[in-house]
Ligand binder design. Structure first.
Ligand code: ZN
Length: 449
């Protein structure tokens, strides 16, 4: 590490410690824990799960009620097998019991509210303790990519620094680390120009953002043959990315793309390391479960509804929280040395499952894999079930691909077979797929079964 970056990192932690004491020590601990053996990580996770259950029983009215309903206390939940008897928490449960989820030993002045807009269904809001050192999960992830927490960063993200006061506070908080921003919710060609000029001046080590908006930006960079100083890494957040999109973004910015998974309620969940064996779950700070529709665990390797227990947030505990995503645990160890367990990239949300008039359900995961055998054929695609239950597959074709007509017909036939020809399937070539708040939605359904 150079003298300047070393100095930047020291100053970064000095300032961070003023706001959140113990940050550096906590970060060092997380860095160590990732190299524990898989059994030790599991044991650490279970110990913390028991601690949050005990706390929830003693201090959180909502969970006290749930314990009473199943007629047990935390002492009765001795093993992970006992834990699966504890009720799951849905987004609807969360919203209906919002006030009762705040721990009674926490004052409102010590917590911060974060809300999600609800572009993916029901809106949600949660409290986080102001002193919680959530970001340490992200610092450790940056370490996998050989990046310092204090590195300069370019964000293509929704603008959270709207007021002048927020901008000044942000600047003071991060100085001397530079952060440049392109608001992913909507941007013009001029905005892109301004951002790219800043990018050339600042030379950020990290480019971070939503897949859909990054894809548009990469397209612009390639079309105008803009040469940029390569960042060390490109980090995309919380959206399925097609192989064509990944290649385009890597070509435009000359750096590898890695995937990070999170949700608004629990931002840091999992991320990909350079070995690309899947995403390491942040398993020492979150408990992960993959459940069937009756909330029973599915075997490793099979897709299930993701349920997360946040082991860091004692102010507003989320226990067995179904965040609406589907995913699967991978039954293998990574070659990078980190022993945090692996999960596959998250391909679809539960809400994106299609229902046919016969009540047959078509999984979001399947729909996102339509072009897996011919990833070069399309630049982007979207599967839309219309209000009359028929399906339209919109594609932005890759004109350089030789067998395009054949591939599209093949996909149409495969999808037609999958829905047993119950509804019509139409392929539609388009030049653009509109983003929703900077995010690209792969699968949309307007059919009310
Ligand atoms: Zn790894």
């Amino acid at each position: 590490m150079s003298f300047i970056s070393n100095f930047k990192e020291k100053l970064f932690f000095f300032k961070y410690e003023l706001v959140k004491p113990g940050s550096r020590r906590y970060f060092d601990q997380l860095k160590k824990d990732q190299f524990l053996s898989p059994d030790e990580i599991e044991a650490l996770n279970w110990k913390r799960t028991q601690a949050i259950l005990k706390h929830a029983f003693e201090h959180v009215p909502y969970y006290r009620r749930r314990f009473a309903e199943i007629g047990c206390t935390p002492q009765d939940i001795r093993t992970p097998d006992d834990f699966i008897k504890f009720p799951v928490l849905t987004r609807q449960n969360l919203m209906e019991n919002f006030d009762d989820l705040l721990a009674d030993n926490v004052s409102l002045k010590d917590v911060k509210l974060s809300t999600t807009g609800g572009s993916s269904g029901t809106p949600a809001k949660v409290y986080h303790p102001k002193k919680e050192i959530r970001a340490a999960n992200g610092w450790r992830m940056l370490g996998w990519w050989n990046i310092s927490p204090a590195a300069d960063c370019a964000d293509v993200y929704r603008d959270v620094r709207t007021s002048m006061k927020a901008r000044i506070m942000h600047f003071l908080q991060w100085f001397p680390t530079k952060q440049i921003l392109l608001d992913a919710t909507s941007f013009t060609e001029k905005d892109m120009r301004v951002f790219l000029d800043e990018f050339i001046r600042v030379r950020p080590e990290v480019l971070h953002g939503y897949v859909g908006a990054m894809d548009n930006l990469a397209e612009y960079v390639l079309q105008h043959d803009i040469q940029l100083p390569p960042p060390k890494v490109i980090w995309v957040t919380s959206a399925p990315i097609t192989p064509v999109q990944q290649k385009k973004i890597e070509t435009a910015f000359h750096a590898p793309v890695y995937d990070q998974y999170g949700c608004c309620e629990i931002y840091w969940l999992a991320a990909e390391c350079p070995a690309r064996n899947g995403l390491h779950m942040f398993y020492d700070t979150r408990r992960f479960e993959f459940l069937d529709d009756d909330n029973r665990p599915v075997p490793n390797g099979e897709y299930g509804n993701i349920a997360i227990t946040d082991l860091q947030n004692f102010a507003f505990p989320l226990i067995r929280y179904l965040n609406g995503d589907r995913g699967r645990r991978l039954d293998k160890r990574c070659t990078c040395g980190c022993n945090l367990p692996l999960m596959d990239k998250v391909k679809g949300r539960v809400s994106e499952t299609f229902t046919l008039p016969s009540k047959t359900r078509l999984n979001g995961e399947f729909l996102t894999t339509l072009f897996d055998n011919t990833p070069e054929a399309v630049k982007q695609f979207q599967v839309h079930q219309l209000a009359d239950a028929s399906i339209v597959v919109r594609v932005i074709p890759n004109d350089a691909y030789p067998n395009l007509d054949e591939t599209l017909e093949h996909v149409r036939t495969a999808l037609g077979n999958a829905v047993h020809h119950e509804v019509t399937v139409k392929m539609e070539r388009v030049t653009e797929i509109p983003l929703q708040k900077g995010k690209m939605k792969f699968v949309i359904s307007d059919y009310k079964a």
